[in-house]
Design a protein around this ligand. Structure first.
Ligand code: GAP
Length: 447
């Protein structure tokens, strides 16, 4: 019980830091907000862009078997008919007959997914009122294109980025001239009319995904797809632990029971993270078979260059939520120490790579030199400048947003062309030549 309280306090502290320091704000706040909508502020967008850029570099630029696309958010509604989303993409919804609050049946009844019945003994978690029978609620977010709002103009915001990789498969194949096995990746927004959004940016109705559809030959035996599945399972772990710097002890594989899997999947393993509100899905890995390509293409869309054989490739799909990455990174990096709160972010993820301070704001020669160094570093890095309060406060202010280095310009700098560099994690200080600063900062980004 105590642990739960501490954990919810921890979550509150992280949410509050995010707002106070400009990582993440409640959306439309001056109009009273919009439930579960959030805006990334100046520091949040840097963190999020760093995650997306490192992901793109790792999985597209560094590999020979991957290409990227950036598709429209609203696709022809026939896409969603063929993909099965209009029919299958739903959650079981129950309503409290007394307080009218709505819940997902599988959230209030842990056995729901096995039985597909709501245990009658289960009551409303808020007011203990009686719950209705579950009914399926489709998660597709609807809109209308053009001036007339009727069924002919109904369209949907994509609930996953994945479908564009299937629909564009032939166009990509013809232009990128890739041979199987290869993958198509995309980063972009997805929308779901979630029944119970919540836990800050963990589950929202508008969110961002980084997805890969990896196409393989028709497997002759299970081991053929299992090998590729395992390769991607390791890649996901390596991304989370090494690129995002998340502690391995907080990450867990969880294989989905058949009744929990999405309609297209033959096997799914989720990578879960120990969020302060509990262990929950961070990423997913699914074997989508040839389900999607078969539904979209009447003819097999792939021809083997050597044998001339035409077939429907099978698909392994690693999928990564951008917002959940941001949240996991923040939760993992947030540390309360004796005198300070510090975000121990990997330097490559930190919004600012370095902060520059003149020792005293009322000494023009120090301010001038600090400004010069600030502009010089800004050519290569995102840099903060601070001349308020005392140096100690400035350090703590940068610690709280994860800036790996603070550089102080003092009177010795004017004599010797060196500065004090203070390390966020060790809090140790050293003198570094101005000419060596860029290299020191760059070095930390490759760690
Ligand atoms: N294409 C497969 C797919 O979309 P999913 O498990 O439904 O699979 C993939 O979603 C990832 O997207 C999840 O692992 C999670 O990181 C993220 N995600 C899903 N729904 C979300 C939501 N409502 N809010 C934030 N992130 C979400």
């Amino acid at each position: 019980m105590k642990k739960e309280k501490n954990n919810s306090e921890l979550m509150e502290k992280i949410v509050s830091l995010c707002k106070r320091r400009g990582f993440i704000f409640p959306g439309s706040e001056i109009y009273g907000g919009l439930a579960n909508s959030f805006d990334y502020g100046p520091l949040g967008v840097e963190l999020k862009n760093n995650i997306k850029n490192i992901w793109w570099n790792r999985f597209i630029h560094q590999r020979d078997d991957m290409v990227g696309i950036d598709a429209a958010l609203i696709m022809n509604p026939k896409v969603w008919e063929a993909s099965g989303h209009l029919k299958e993409f739903s959650d079981p919804l129950v309503e409290c007959k007394k307080c009218k609050k709505r819940f997902r049946a599988d959230h209030v009844d842990p056995n729901y997914e096995k039985t597909h019945h709501l245990n009658k003994k289960i009551k409303c978690p808020d007011c203990s009122g009686e719950l209705s029978e579950p009914r399926q609620f489709n998660l597709m977010l609807k809109t209308f294109l053009g001036v007339i709002e009727d069924s002919a103009s109904t369209a949907y915001f994509r609930p996953e980025t994945a479908q564009a990789m299937f629909v564009d498969f032939k166009n990509v194949l013809e232009t990128a001239r890739k041979k199987i096995p290869f993958g198509i990746a995309q980063i972009g927004k997805a929308f779901r009319n979630e029944v119970t959004p919540g836990n800050f940016i963990f589950r929202t109705r508008e969110f961002e995904q980084m997805e890969i559809e990896y196409f393989i030959p028709v497997p002759k035996k299970d081991a053929d797809w299992e090998k590729v599945f395992e390769m991607w399972r390791k890649e996901i772990w390596s991304w989370a632990a090494e690129d995002l710097g998340i502690e391995k002890k907080n990450l867990h594989d969880c294989e989905c029971e058949p009744e929990n899997r999405a309609h297209y999947s033959k096997k799914t393993i989720d990578l879960e993270y120990d969020f302060p509100f509990g262990r929950s899905e961070l990423y997913g890995l699914a074997y989508r078979t040839d389900f999607d390509l078969k539904n979209h293409f009447k003819e097999p869309p792939y021809e083997d260059a050597e044998t001339g054989e035409k077939f429907y490739p099978h698909v392994i799909e690693p999928t990564f939520g951008v917002d959940r990455s941001v949240l996991a990174v923040l939760c993992d990096a947030y540390k309360e120490e004796e005198e300070r709160v510090v975000l121990r972010l990997k330097p490559s993820l930190a919004p600012y790579k370095v902060a520059v301070f003149p020792l005293l704001r009322n000494k023009p020669e120090l301010v001038e030199k600090a400004t010069e160094i600030y502009h010089q570093l800004k050519k290569n890095f995102n840099v903060a400048f601070d001349d308020r309060g005392n140096i100690g406060k400035r350090y703590y202010s940068q610690d709280e947003i994860g800036t790996p280095f603070c550089v102080t310009i003092d009177f010795e700098t004017l004599e010797n062309d060196d500065v004090t560099v203070r390390d966020r994690d060790t809090m140790k200080q050293e003198r570094v030549k101005i000419s060596d600063l860029s290299e020191k900062i760059s070095g930390s980004l490759n760690e």
